[in-house]
Design a protein around this ligand. Structure first.
Ligand SMILES: [Zn+2]
Ligand SMILES: [Zn+2]
Length: 338
């Protein structure tokens, strides 16, 4: 735009309209922002602006102006790249407040403790050295609707967020409704295989909470006395990684986003793990593929495809197969071969 400088220098109705748009949506990409900014420019300048005339520089200048206006409210528009396709996503995040306190303004205490149980399930229970899923299926998520009894809570490993939480929990119907709400509010994303993961916006907002809760401090150590690092950063881009690939060596901490892989190995000039030097096969996954590429999952899918109930039956069968495997401690050997 020709009058970038003016827009930047003077906060006006077009800036307010942009801020309202991002507040209403929570997060947006350049593609999402183009029609919004085109409409704002058209209205503000009185001449038609086409979507394709809106540049990333326009968006950045509106983001910068909005950030100047909202910083005193402990809000900031931050951006990160999508872990899946490297699209940049801008989201409105709270810079100081505890995200759980912030959620408490729009959710009941039982819903918040349900969210914490879901996060524990994603980042502790389904995020082991053997398998880093960091996602939860719809069925498993609904099953966590009840608050576990105190004794069960004490039996859980590590310093999970649900320890000591009160209340009896939610009904299954309320749990389903609550998860749907988390998707609509932009906290969760649901994959075609019905796994829930944290959205980029949630990762931006919850980053410190997740690291403080799930990456051990002094008293949360593994057998060798090492600090537990359940949530890791991509070796290449240094951003959080919940979807990507892992080094085949189980003890090795190297994780790489799919989209970061090619650049990394081009730079390294060899397809070996940069730390432990093992051949990088690329078939060891972080995220739901840690489940959906397993024999158990594929077997369940084949079973269900030939079964009489192709719709509801499929999820149940695949789910059962994976659970059989999860409770099967002897399966360890099988996994090591992968
Ligand atoms: Zn990366
Ligand atoms: Zn390695």
């Amino acid at each position: 735009m020709s009058d970038d400088e003016n827009q930047y220098a003077q906060y006006n109705d077009s800036n307010r309209a942009f801020l309202q748009a991002i507040m209403a949506r929570g997060a947006l990409t350049l593609k999402d922002a183009r029609p919004i900014l085109a409409a704002i420019f058209t209205a503000h300048e009185g001449t038609e602006t086409a979507e394709n005339d809106v540049t990333e520089a326009d968006l950045l200048s509106y983001v910068a102006a909005a950030n100047d206006a909202i910083s005193s409210f402990d809000l900031e528009i931050r951006s990160m790249l999508s872990q899946v396709d490297r699209t940049r996503i801008w989201a409105l995040v709270n810079t100081t407040s505890d995200p759980m306190t912030q959620l408490a303004t729009t959710h009941s205490a039982d819903e918040i403790s349900y969210l914490k149980r879901l996060l524990d399930a994603m980042f502790e229970v389904r995020n082991t050295p053997r398998r880093e899923v960091m996602a939860i299926t719809e069925m498993d998520a609904v099953r966590l609707h009840k608050n576990p009894s105190e004794s069960q809570v004490n039996n859980t490993q590590g310093g999970g967020a649900t320890q000591g939480s009160a209340g009896k929990g939610l009904t299954m119907t309320d749990a389903e409704r609550t998860i749907k709400g988390f998707v609509e509010e932009g906290w969760f994303e649901k994959s075609p295989n019905s796994f829930y993961t944290l959205s980029p916006r949630a990762l931006m907002e919850l980053k410190h909470y997740l690291i403080n809760t799930y990456n051990g401090t002094g008293d949360d150590e593994d057998d060798d006395g090492e600090r537990v690092e359940r949530i890791k950063n991509c070796y290449a881009c240094k951003e959080l990684i919940t979807v990507g690939r892992r080094c085949p060596t189980r003890e090795c901490a190297v994780r790489v986003h799919d989209m970061c892989t090619e650049n990394l190995f081009r730079a390294l000039r060899e397809r070996k793990c940069p730390t432990c030097k093992v051949d990088w096969v690329g078939e060891n996954y972080v995220g739901e593929r840690a489940v959906t590429t397993t024999e158990a999952w594929l077997k369940g899918r084949r079973r269900s495809n030939s079964g009489p109930r192709p719709g509801g039956g499929q999820q149940r069968n695949t789910q059962q197969a994976v659970e059989e495997e999860e409770t099967d401690e002897e399966g360890e050997e099988e996994w090591e071969g992968r």
